[in-house]
Ligand binder design. Sequence first.
Ligand code: ITT
Length: 199
Amino acid sequence: MMRKLTEKKLVLATHNAGKVAEMQEILAPFGITVVSAGDLNLSEPEENGTTFVENATIKAVAAAKESGLPALGDDSGLCVHALGGRPGIYSARYNEPKKNGFMYAMEKLNEELGDSADRSAHFACAMVIAWPDGETRSFEGRVNGTLCWPVKTGEHGFGYDPMFVPDGYDASFAELPAAVKNAVSHRARALKMFTDACL
Ligand code: ITT
């Protein structure tokens, strides 16, 4: 038997407010109390892994050890097919120096794509649950879509969402209501695997 989450309190091992909001909303029906790494003032470990799962594991294990509670780490990013999967695990760092939200990174990506006919991409998310004793389980989700230009700015989402139109829709993740993104996103899919397996 794979380990279940019997504890009623869970740390979201992220300092990204957009991720926290989505994870909270998706986990709300399950009756577990969630608290974020920011709420607990947990430190931010160095993400020196080479895959999404490795980096999500680093975050989850560090938060579980520091808090004494089970912790859920999310490592995610945008993989652009014509760019060989970049920025991938470097999606957050791609926006340095941080200027106005993620406009800097989105402009850079659009320039690199040039007039490429292939504007397909996917968001990937690794979700790792870690217990304070060091045991972990990992889950991976993804959602396919197309990169638009100009960006479709909206009220919702974060990061690269204004540039990402999920397959089957004409609107970007920034324009679509949170309930739609949280039904089809990479993060929603990874979390569904986690809740199916562990709750
Ligand atoms: P934590 O490490 O504290 O969780 P972070 O923002 O640094 O926060 P990552 O290292 O996983 O997290 O970087 C992922 C980046 O990929 C994130 O900053 C966004 O720019 C982008 N990203 C991930 N999921 C996204 C989503 O659902 N919509 C838009 N952009 C997303």
